[in-house]
Write a protein that binds this ligand. Structure first.
Ligand code: ADP
Length: 626
């Protein structure tokens, strides 16, 4: 095949433009990214060789080499990993649009010069162009006889040619280093001392030897290759954890919490887990990879093994190294493997107990964690009933008690003697539900209410149901029981009276709103607002109906009409009594719309509502004597 020239896709072009022209700081991180790719390539070859040993060249020993050349001003990074086919080179390093490219550019726009984050976006290869004005890649895929030479100056095109690689399987990446001026303060990446210290700083734990020739022409190994997770937890320093975590997650922040332990007994494995401080850029998007890396007896098997971690702990990064699993285990079989299930259970218990400890010992750190990952952790209640007891004590809630978040235990500790249930309200945002009329009576009585605003909360509550034998009760459902026997008797009496006095109004309202609500009833739930809507105790709440309709599943719930409760003490009803039937019907509609607004629902016909209000204003104005 003759050499061809091709265009990078538009996004990669833009990305390269940024890498070349606006990333000035932290240029050295290119080495970390490229060594990490080399190490991944060796991992992949080793993994394939588990099921196909003929893929390994005779006498193969994994290694990565650094070859600096002061005269030609080049640096080569050479690995004997899996290599790439021509199609793969085109795909991975040329044409395929990767969502990370866009995300990286966006971050860079908002948050200038954070080159160190490039790896997090899955486009680390391009960091080569921070230091090189020409990059040559010569690669040959394991099992193939021909190789591929790719070359680019980062100007929007690259050339590609097919040439066998003299060393066979593997990849050689040659960077033709840019001329930097002294004032740029960029290190000389052909200098042995510079390279050695960069390897120590960023890539010491890479599991394969990174070699370089010294002055005397002898090969020297630059990294200690220590498998951090096999060392005794007390021997690993925080600095080492930080570097390893950054290598593993590409996250530039320090981990919030490190969990390092060895499980012994019925099964043996080492686990090294990190709870991040911040969400990654693509958290909860389709692009997000999660799960733990799986090693078996120090051999890397796979990254992002989902079977090792329940979905609701998907924010945890880390690895498990098992001594019990068979090296021949295939990805498909992992899922059904009993040992894998056991490991997942064990790891889950450990993570939950670590979080519990953090909650008890460092509330403010825990609150930071909760703000990032609380909504994810809450998914555990419906998803993992076996851990309900543990999960319920890890949950934090906003509440009417104060601006600080509360645990259920703290809430129960503050419950009044006469309070039987734990009250909550769900909604879209705190500001809205903090002002909700549903809170009026509860505030008056001094009953605390949990304010739930995460999408998952409706399902979480459904799974939680009760805490320490106290039922969780929605304050937007019918039959809210807040009173003592005495108060009840009094309210019952008042209610009967109101029912008699307001009978004509109630009748008109019921008739007018027949198709919208199940019933119109008198209630003592409100103190200052005229009306509200409540759900029957077995019906979904208005908020849940709204969520379901957003998810496109409203069909099943379309018919769950609500009950309209009216506050008989509100003067509007006295006025309604005095008005004609026509007026009453109009006002009933307006009140219904107001009730929809206060519960946070959209109006079916906002224009009509707006006209009705305008009419009212005109009427009111003409009633006013000048
Ligand atoms: P990431 O490594 O996060 O996927 P990169 O931009 O660094 O993103 O690399 C893109 C892809 O190119 C890699 O996923 C890998 O498939 C391939 N690749 C890069 N370097 C090598 C290498 N040395 N050997 C084999 N494949 C490589």
């Amino acid at each position: 095949m003759a050499k061809t020239v091709q265009n990078f896709n538009a996004e990669i072009k833009q990305l390269l433009d940024i890498v070349i022209h606006s990333l000035y700081s932290q240029k050295e991180i290119f080495l970390r990214e490229l060594l990490s790719n080399a190490s991944d390539a060796i991992d992949k070859l080793k993994f394939q060789s588990l099921t196909n040993s003929s893929i390994l060249p005779a006498g193969w020993e994994p290694q990565i080499r650094l070859v600096p050349n002061k005269e030609s001003k080049t640096l080569s990074i050479i690995d004997n990993g899996i290599g790439m086919t021509t199609a793969e080179v085109n795909e991975f390093i040329g044409t395929i649009a990767r969502s990370g490219a866009k995300a990286f550019m966006k971050m860079n726009e908002e948050n200038k010069t954070k080159p160190e984050l490039i790896g997090q976006f899955g486009v680390g290869f391009y960091s080569a162009f921070m230091v090189a004005d020409r990059v040559t890649l010569h690669t040959q895929k394991a099992g193939e006889n021909d190789g591929t030479v790719w070359e680019s100056t980062g100007d929007g095109t690259y050339s590609i040619d097919q040439v066998p690689r003299p060393e066979g399987t593997g990849t050689t990446l040659t960077l033709h280093l840019k001329e930097f001026k002294n004032e740029d303060e960029v290190s000389d990446f052909t200098d042995a001392w510079v390279l050695k210290s960069l390897v120590k700083k960023y890539s010491d734990f890479i599991a394969f030897p990174i070699k370089m020739k010294n002055d005397k022409g002898e090969e020297e190994t630059l990294n200690s290759q220590k498998a951090l997770w096999l060392r005794s937890p007390s021997e690993v320093t925080a600095e080492e954890h930080k570097e390893f975590y950054q290598h593993l997650s590409h996250d530039w922040n320090e981990p919030l919490k490190t969990i390092h332990y060895k499980a012994e007994g019925t099964m043996e494995f080492n686990a090294l887990l990190y709870i991040p401080t911040k969400k990654p850029w693509n958290f909860n998007t389709g692009d997000m990879a999660y799960g733990l890396s799986l090693y078996i007896k120090r051999v890397f098997i796979m990254a992002d093994c989902k079977d090792l971690l329940p979905t609701y702990l998907r924010f945890v990064k880390g690895l498990v190294d098992s001594s019990d699993l068979s090296l021949n285990v295939s990805r498909e079989l992992l899922q059904q493997d009993r040992q894998v299930t056991q490991i997942r259970k064990n790891v889950t218990t450990k993570i939950l107990s670590t979080l519990k400890e953090l909650l008890l010992k460092d509330r403010s750190a825990y609150e930071n964690f909760w703000n990032e990952f609380g909504a994810t952790l809450k998914e555990g209640l419906p998803a993992d009933p076996g851990n309900k007891e543990k999960l319920q004590d890890l949950c934090l809630f906003h509440s009417t008690h104060s601006d600080k978040m509360t645990t259920l235990e703290e809430y129960v500790g503050r419950m009044k003697n006469e309070q039987k249930e734990i009250f909550y309200i769900t909604g879209d945002n705190l500001a809205q539900i903090r002002n909700s009329p549903y809170l009026e009576r509860l505030n008056e009585k001094g009953f605390e209410v949990l304010l739930l605003v995460d999408t998952v909360d409706e399902w979480m509550i459904e799974a939680l149901r009760e805490y320490k034998e106290k039922k969780l009760q929605s304050i937007t459902k019918e039959g809210l029981d807040l009173d003592t026997a005495e108060e009840k008797a009094r309210h019952e009496e008042e209610k009967k009276q109101s029912e008699v006095t307001l009978k004509p109004v109630l009748e008109v309202m019921k008739k007018t709103l027949e198709s919208q609500v199940k019933d119109v009833v008198i209630s003592d739930r409100l103190t200052t607002t005229p009306v509200c809507l409540v759900s029957a105790s077995n019906d979904p709440s208005a908020h849940l109906q709204k969520l379901m309709s957003r998810l496109g599943q409203e069909q099943s719930m379309m018919n769950a009409k609500r009950i309209m409760e009216i506050n008989p003490k509100h003067p509007v009803f006295q006025k309604m009594l005095e008005a004609g039937a026509d007026q009453q019907a109009k006002w009933a509609e307006i009140l219904y719309n107001q009730a929809l607004l206060t519960e946070g629902s959209a109006l079916p016909d906002p224009v009509k509502f707006s006209h009705q209000i305008a009419d009212l204003m005109i009427q009111a104005a003409s009633g006013v004597k000048h």
